[in-house]
Design a protein around this ligand. Structure first.
Ligand code: AHM
Ligand code: MG
Length: 355
């Protein structure tokens, strides 16, 4: 008989990996798992209950929020509030960070950054969406946690994970000791360990990028795309192009099959599109823990200085050798001097103006 290990059991077993841990992080992960199940239920029945459609509010990036974004945001925040282990939540859906001011959270040590429903523009067409989360320990030891506690580099993450609401629902997470994946068994309502010690292949044959923006890409990216499309038996080229447009789904596929995902700077999004704090950093932490690589094309994502909550970054992420190859192209064709970068940003009127 196969022994099923649920997420709850696994988290408790793994607590022993952290000799000084008192169970707070375990409870936090459990709270996130519970909220993910509730969100999963709503995502699954979205078409049935007319919860789809656009609300009349826009988030800080000026994008129209879907109802399910709002719902997922509320669920995660409410689970984190009632769990009592989190003092601050940073969410893609909230302009500012949310300080949790309650009796049970007054000694809470953790900060959670979350993209409650990533890829939500895909919901209407039944394409997989995801949740991404990142957990930090607050830096200050007493008093009210502040922005200073929030703005930590990706290397400081104590845990990160994603949930993919796909043909099956999975929760994948790391606490810095490898990556484990759990599949939701709807018959018992539990995430069960299905992908222990996940490793991304060192090489791959899939490249994922929105090629529609080709003309806006830096030269290094254009040349790398052409490299992917060339014929060369030894390196199994041409590679396959796969782009879902839902980062979690693209990353999850590449993690299992091997591949590279690129969202570079473009002439219309000169700092990149994806957000560092709750998209790039957690996914970079997971991919590195799985043996992959995550950079801006030049610099390691996890070492980027975090200066604001909704900061954006370019990202080249996935199988180590593929990312290294793409970086070679960036170095050769796209390296801008600091002055050139500044001049470019200035000409776009965004120096000092981007958050
Ligand atoms: P979102 O947070 O508004 O959903 O945007 C993030 C999504 C990612 O999931 C995906 O990789 C990317 O945006 C797709 O963007 P594009 O349509 O520009 O290719
Ligand atoms: Mg997002």
């Amino acid at each position: 008989m196969t022994i099923v290990r649920t997420l709850g059991q696994f988290i408790i077993e793994k607590q022993a990996d952290f000799p000084y841990a008192k169970g707070e992080l375990s409870r936090l992960l459990r709270d996130i798992g519970i909220a993910a199940k509730i969100v999963n239920r709503e995502v699954n029945k979205a078409g049935l209950v007319d919860i789809l459609g656009e609300l009349d509010s826009t988030n800080i990036q000026g994008e129209t929020q879907k109802k399910l974004d709002v719902y997922a945001n509320e669920q995660f925040i409410s689970a984190l509030k009632s769990g009592g282990e989190c003092c601050i939540v940073v969410s893609e859906e909230n302009d500012d960070y949310l300080y949790i001011d309650s009796e049970i959270s007054k000694n809470a040590k953790y900060i959670v950054a979350i993209d409650p429903l990533d890829g939500s523009s895909n919901i209407d067409v039944n394409v997989a969406v995801g949740t991404i989360f990142s957990i930090y320990r607050r830096k200050s030891v007493e008093g009210k946690a502040t922005l200073h506690d929030v703005l930590q580099n990706g290397t400081e993450q104590v845990a990160a994970g994603y949930v993919i609401y796909g043909s099956s629902t999975m929760l994948v997470y790391t606490t810095g000791k490898g990556v484990n994946g759990f599949t939701l068994d709807p018959s018992i309502g539990e995430f069960c360990l299905s992908h222990p010690e996940m490793k991304i292949p060192k090489d791959g044959t899939i490249y994922s990028i929105n090629e529609g923006y080709y003309v806006h890409f830096p030269d290094g990216v254009k040349k790398y795309i052409k490299f992917c499309q060339e014929e060369d038996k030894a390196t199994k080229r041409p590679y396959t192009s796969r782009y879902i447009g839902s980062m979690v789904a693209d990353i999850h596929r590449n993690m299992i099959k091997g591949g590279i995902f690129i969202y570079p700077t473009t002439s219309s999004a000169p700092l990149g599109k994806l957000r560092l704090v709750y998209e790039c950093n957690p996914i970079a932490f997971i991919i590195e823990q799985a043996g992959g690589r995550a950079t801006t094309g030049f610099t390691r994502i996890l070492e980027l200085e975090v200066t604001s909550l909704h900061q954006r970054s370019a990202i080249f992420i996935g199988s180590e050798n593929m990312v290294l190859k793409a970086e070679e192209f960036m170095r050769e064709y796209s390296r801008l001097t600091d002055d050139e970068t500044e001049a470019r940003l200035e000409s776009l009127g965004i120096i000092g103006g981007i958050d």
